[in-house]
Design a protein around this ligand. Sequence first.
Ligand code: T46
Length: 328
Amino acid sequence: MKKILITGGAGFVGRRFVKRHLDLGNEVHCVDPIAADTGGIDPEGGWPLYAPNDYESFHFYKQDCRTWFREHRDDDFDYVFHLAAMVGGRAMIENNPLAVADDLSIDAEYWQWAKAAKPAKTVCFSSSAAYPIGRQRELGYELLSEDMIQFDDDIGMPDMSYGWAKLTCEYLALLAYEKHGLKSVCYRPFSGYGEDQDESYPFPSICKRAMAHVGEPTLSVWGTGDQMRDFIYIEDCVDGVLTTMDKIDNGDALNLSTGIYTSFKQFARIAAEECGYEPEVVGLSDKPAGVFARGGCTKKQAEYGFKASVSFREGIKKALALFAARAS
Ligand SMILES: Cc1cn([C@H]2C[C@H](O)[C@@H](COP(=O)(O)OP(=O)(O)O[C@H]3O[C@H](C)C(=O)[C@H](O)[C@H]3O)O2)c(=O)[nH]c1=O
């Protein structure tokens, strides 16, 4: 049995890791304040896909991880999955950048705690938002590869305060290894999605919109709808981490991506097709759209033995089926 700490464990990504570890028979310590707009859900009432309190080895601390770090000094964690972050989709990144900047403080306190508590391994969730936005523009975008961020060279402008914070966390991971021998690996997920994701994210909101407007002539998405993302199913992200996390110790980063660009217009069309109609997809230009094209190179993931397996259409079908079952 391994002893696991998951900060931000009640969020969309955290809930999936909690389940995997509980099913593996591990002891899971989950810390989450259930802050507004982060998608965190109190385990007390059960989580959308399971009830963590059904497992004896689940321990929940409803508090900010910074408070938890000050109160706990357990020095026997086998793994820490450091997921705690203030983030809730594009609207929050663009409209509340100073709240998002709290992530700088969360990560600084994490590494100070780690220096004292010495967990055997840290798995850090960075983000593809750490990549330079200059490589994601309409004129001249490219698949983003891990070596585009080199801390001994120019690194370019990341995506707002969220990208800055994630980039800084990666840098701290490198320093923690160099100066204190703390082992870690950083992941840069692209657009992770799943059926239990908070509706501030495009995946559930576009799927539900497609279901709600069956038969209508138009369906709307934010921005022009031509902007593109690399959608990766959340269970693929979890598999990608669990397959590769023991192969990197020095704080180096790995993408979690499929290498496939899908525009929001294409996404909405697939969702509508799966609901049995073919609307014209229109953009709502007053809504935030973010970068034009964010897709991740998969070469390094393949070298480390991982390839995402769920196609975006399959992921959409899974979500539509669950939403329909819940509605009936
Ligand atoms: C909620 C919603 C969004 N959208 C479109 C508008 C934007 O072009 C896009 C925003 O997606 P998201 O909120 O996932 O933001 P990104 O800029 O792609 O950044 C995301 O991916 C990085 C890697 C992170 O790490 C962030 O956590 C995550 O927010 O979805 C719609 O078209 N309709 C909708 O209802």
